[in-house]
Design a protein around this ligand. Structure first.
Ligand code: SF4
Ligand code: SF4
Length: 472
């Protein structure tokens, strides 16, 4: 019997999984997944990872740097704060590069490590499997009890369980929505929405209602459909993964031909005893033995389930494990291949470049231009002046006065209306100034000038511009 193709091994039509996604029946109706509670080493580690995630998710909005949130993603006002640094539309270049880095990162990471992100740190998986699913297990019991409850008539006990589950789900969704909103507008604004009259924050209240409704709908009803139907990253797996990518995989070389376990009969089949434990724990309802599937979020629940079975029947663990398709085909263990190392180095370089750009980003963006339509002004017999406009974007959280100095020639700068250009915190300042040069240093029609921008006597930038003058 052939071992490499699972579809040739068993009874019935095993190719039928290709006809539709696992959670839809022949008539096109949704098949509800009653996922059995996973148990095992990987599930325990994922639980610890999820605790760290929750700690970060619920605490980050409260962390401030110089009175600013550590992170803020205010898409409405186009204001973004990363690690306490304010980013404005002027930082579009960094954003563009950041997005590009992010996309390349995702492509490389997925090509090397598959859906490691989805299974271990994606907020959807973590909230669904480590939070809402656990509440559901607590109220309705494990998968078998949930199935029975779903089929049972609407008794008082069923109504109590269902109603209390949905109330708790909604309250939790509402709390998550509040925190989610705090990443967009900040905790201080959120606090105002919570404490001040609704009429003053109609937009905020509507956002909260929409987010709460969406989260509730996702975790109470849509669930795995978000990963299989909506998530663009999930939909891209087909093009991002290849035969060398690390995936959660069933070792068909070892497992096939599958057959039921019988203690009394000497086993001549492969190691898979067709117990369906890997299918029962799968939150997306698939059978990993059918090979790599778009619906697999790499949650590792099937690895734990199968390992428990292998342990019971005294077979080596890892019939389902992290592996590559090629590795299973060639019967090789998963290795940290040269390709993975190369991708890791590339990922490191990309992250370093982005970090460098973030760290070295200018806090004050200055643009200086000669006033359009004006040439030069004669100042007596020995000097010439040019009029300039200055525009300053202050990305810091402090108001700053800016002084200007000529760096490469001797001359004077006369700021109109004062000695400095005042720029409010997180705001833009404009001004005009004359540069006055002695005729003796003007030898060409255009003289290149370097203007130093100083804040509190500290040079923060140097801007180059031209000075127009009469040719001697
Ligand atoms: S849990 Fe393991 S032994 Fe059981 S059906 Fe799945 S692959 Fe086969
Ligand atoms: S096949 Fe396994 S790893 Fe993939 S989603 Fe199902 S249980 Fe998780």
């Amino acid at each position: 019997m052939e071992k490499e193709n699972i579809s040739k091994t068993g009874e019935g039509n095993r190719e039928s999984f290709r006809d539709r996604i696992a959670t839809v029946d022949e008539s096109g109706k949704r098949k509800w997944v009653f996922a059995q509670k996973p148990k095992g080493k990987l599930y325990n580690i994922r639980t610890y990872v999820s605790w760290s995630f929750f700690l970060l998710f619920f605490s980050l909005p409260f962390i401030e740097v110089n009175g600013q949130p550590l992170f803020l993603f205010n898409v409405v006002k186009a204001k973004f704060i990363l690690f306490g640094k304010v980013f404005w539309p002027q930082d579009f270049f960094i954003f563009g590069l950041g997005m590009l880095t992010f996309i390349v990162f995702i492509v490389l990471f997925t090509a090397a490590f598959g859906r490691l992100f989805c299974g271990w740190v994606c907020p959807q998986t973590i909230f669904m499997e480590m939070f809402f699913r656990k509440i559901e297990y607590f109220i309705e019991g494990d998968a078998a009890q949930q199935k029975m409850l779903a089929k049972a008539p609407w008794t008082g006990s069923k109504i109590f369980k269902k109603v209390s589950k949905h109330i708790i789900f909604y309250i939790c969704s509402f709390i998550i929505a509040n925190f989610f909103l705090s990443y967009i507008i900040g905790v201080k604004e959120l606090w105002k929405i919570i404490t001040e009259p609704v009429t003053q924050h109609i937009g905020g209240f509507l956002s909260l209602a929409v987010f709460s409704g969406v989260f509730y709908a996702v975790y109470a009803f849509f669930r795995e459909q978000v990963c299989t139907v909506i998530c663009p990253y999930g939909r891209l797996q087909g093009v991002l993964l290849d035969k060398n990518s690390m995936i959660v995989a069933y070792d068909y070389q070892r497992g096939e031909p599958r057959g039921k376990f019988n203690k009394k009969v000497e086993r001549i089949q492969g190691d898979c005893i067709d117990c369906f434990q890997c299918v029962k724990v799968c939150p997306t309802g698939i059978d990993i033995r059918n090979g790599t599937q778009m619906e697999c979020v790499g949650c590792t629940a099937c690895i734990d389930a199968c390992n428990a079975i292998m342990d019971k029947i005294n077979k080596p663990l890892g019939l389902i494990r992290y592996a590559s398709e090629l590795g299973i085909e060639k019967k090789e263990k998963l290795q940290y291949t040269g390709r993975m190392k190369l991708y890791t180095v590339l990922l490191g370089v990309l992250v370093t470049v982005l970090a460098f750009l973030l760290v070295t980003r200018k806090e004050v963006d200055t643009t200086i231009m000669r006033t359009p339509g004006m040439l030069y002004q004669e100042r007596g017999t020995d000097s010439v002046s040019n009029l300039y406009n200055i525009k300053v974007a202050n990305k810091t959280t402090n108001s700053i006065p800016l002084q200007l100095k000529l760096e490469n020639v001797s001359g004077q700068i006369e700021i109109i209306g004062g000695h400095s250009v005042q720029v409010k915190e997180q705001g833009e300042g404009t001004g005009s100034f004359f540069i006055v040069l002695p005729r003796s240093i003007i030898h060409e029609r255009k003289t290149l000038l370097k203007i130093g921008i100083y804040s509190n006597n500290k040079k923060i930038d140097v801007i180059s511009t031209n000075f127009l003058g009469p040719v001697q």
